[in-house]
Design a protein around this ligand. Structure first.
Ligand code: FAD
Length: 508
């Protein structure tokens, strides 16, 4: 049933993609929430001129958006991309559909516009209060005090529940970094990225808008996604030393003429873009646990050593199951389940100070090569909402369930995203890769719903990410046979084998 609010004061840090969606979901649940965002309200600012930055939204993101009634609006402002358009170094193009039936698409959407739409929905949700121009600087989980930088001055507020949706370089995560038992790592790629623009040509798209364009070049790679204004945003992935080695107009043009000849002729501002636009970095950030509690009666204000106790107390990660880790009633319905074995000795539920959960990129930033970071962050929000529902509104129980259910899934997509970089910049162009994709699509047509490629499982289903690698291992044997040209025999075998092992749900 619907969970009533339990009176805790809930603060969401960050009004980005995850923060806005989560605020809306909570508001709809009858929970009052304050959202604190560092930037000014982007809806009030002049619409940005110049670069439009887009992102690909697929089944998982759309599923989450439909939970707040935004799916159709998002789709109406997005451009479907039904496949990859691979550009070779001679300027030739070849199209590879993403799905066997050629009908499935991922959707290119303006990041700013999606954020504004989510802000609008959040702002119109009863119980949600958005505040801007406040940058979180400190969190004290013992007192529940949050400090903000407000245009040079300081402001503070208190919270019982802090939902950290403040992105890959989360200030909230920084605030718990030195707690005992907290592990965090950031793994940077040598590759960085720079955004470039292919503008509309004579009022029309200069490339096919129904594709995600890829220029695989081995050590470097460029991609381009279409925008509604008929431009394309290109992202060039390259190492920082290589970026730095190219500075003058002549060097830049010579390089692009050699490796990206069809881009040079379509990008009149290429040199200016290249020289002016910043270089972004790419990291996988892993953190654990995602949920932290202060305790009111133990330890010092640093929360350091109290943290270690908490970690086991609230979530029983050691597997001793005081919170029912088998997934059926992990939540301590009596409302003090979070005290677990009574470590804090304080007894009452609110003696435990505030509880903080990392959400979205703050918990698990991933590299962008599968186009899943936002999709995955949205899934987090939906999972928190679901866990709250199941836990009857009990925050500690709900957040414990959230991190337990999501961790393996987020780890899985982080790995797949890293792996997809190799596929995109290299393998996509190889004969073997093309043979594999052709074989996969052939199997998919022969075995609809039973044989599904990794790309499709990630992008076109909502199967938990963590189940995908296992499913693929079983399928791979079959692909090998089919790619070897065994044809009908492979199909028969595949059908039998998959039937035998098929405990898997059909593709939705
Ligand atoms: P963010 O969107 O980063 O939002 C964080 C919010 O918190 C921001 O509004 C920020 O201003 C605010 N904030 C930060 N610090 C503070 C503070 N101290 N106090 C208050 N507020 C604060 N994902 C996809 O699904 N598909 C794609 O195609 C895709 N392409 C990508 C391409 C690139 C080059 C990159 C870098 C990422 C891409 N992603 C993509 C990933 C996606 O951008 C992120 O996963 C997504 O934005 C995460 O959402 P979030 O709400 O967790 O964080």
């Amino acid at each position: 049933g619907r969970a009533p609010a339990d009176g805790r004061r809930v603060v969401i840090v960050g009004a980005g993609l995850a923060g806005c969606l989560l605020a809306t979901l909570l508001g709809r649940r009858g929970i009052s929430v304050v959202v604190v965002e560092r930037r000014a309200d982007p809806r009030a600012a002049e619409p940005e001129r110049g670069r439009s930055i887009n992102l690909a939204i697929s089944a998982r993101g759309l599923d989450a958006l439909s939970a707040v009634g935004l799916r159709e609006q998002a789709l109406s402002r997005a451009l479907p991309m039904h496949g990859r358009m691979v550009h070779d170094a001679a300027g030739g193009q070849s199209f590879r559909p993403y799905s066997a039936d050629g009908r499935r698409a991922i959707h290119s959407i303006s990041r700013a516009e999606l954020n504004r739409a989510l802000l609008d929905v959040a702002a119109s949700t009863p119980g949600v209060r958005l505040t801007f121009g406040r940058r979180l600087t400190e969190v004290d989980l013992v007192t529940g005090n949050l400090l903000f930088d407000v245009g040079g001055g300081q402001a503070s507020t208190t919270a019982d529940v802090v939902l950290a949706c403040d992105g890959a370089f989360s200030a909230a995560r920084r605030a718990v970094t030195f707690r005992t038992g907290f592990t965090v790592s950031q793994e940077y790629l040598d590759h960085r990225y720079k955004e470039l623009t292919i503008p509309a040509k004579d009022g029309d798209f200069a490339l096919d808008p129904d594709a995600l364009h890829i220029w695989p070049r081995g050590s470097s790679m460029m991609i381009a996604l279409p925008n509604l204004d008929r431009s394309f945003t290109c992202t060039l992935f390259w190492t920082s030393s290589e970026f730095a080695a190219l500075t003058t107009r002549d060097e830049i043009l010579a390089h692009f003429r050699k490796h990206y000849p069809d881009v040079v002729e379509r990008a009149p501002d290429l040199v200016e873009d290249y020289q002016r636009n910043p270089i972004g970095s790419l990291a996988t950030i892993r953190a654990w646990p995602w949920v932290h509690r202060g305790t009111g009666d133990a330890g010092g204000p640093d929360g350091g050593d109290t943290g270690g106790d908490d970690i086991n107390g609230e979530n029983g990660r050691d597997g001793n199951g005081e919170n029912g880790h088998d997934g059926n009633g992990e939540n301590g319905h009596d409302g003090n389940g979070e005290n677990g074995r009574g470590i804090n000795g304080g007894g009452g539920r609110d003696v435990g100070g505030a509880i903080l959960a990392l959400v979205g990129d703050a918990a698990h930033a991933i590299v962008p090569f599968f186009g899943q970071g936002a999709n995955c962050a949205f899934e987090d929000c939906v999972e928190i909402d679901r866990c709250l529902d199941e836990a009857g509104g009990d925050w500690p129980a709900a957040l414990a369930a959230y991190e337990r259910r999501r961790k393996a899934n987020c780890d899985a997509i982080a790995e797949m995203a890293l792996d997809n970089f190799v596929e995109m910049r290299d393998r996509v162009n190889s004969r073997a890769f093309r043979a594999r994709v052709a074989a996969e699509h052939w199997l998919e047509r022969r075995l609809p719903g039973r044989y599904v490629s990794r790309y499709e499982l990630v992008s076109f289903t909502t199967m938990p990410y963590a189940r995908i690698p296992d499913r693929l291992r079983r399928q791979n044997r079959l692909t090998a046979l089919a790619a070897a040209g065994v044809g009908g025999a492979a199909a028969a075998l595949a059908a039998g084998a998959l039937r035998a092992t098929s405990r898997l749900p059909r593709r939705p």
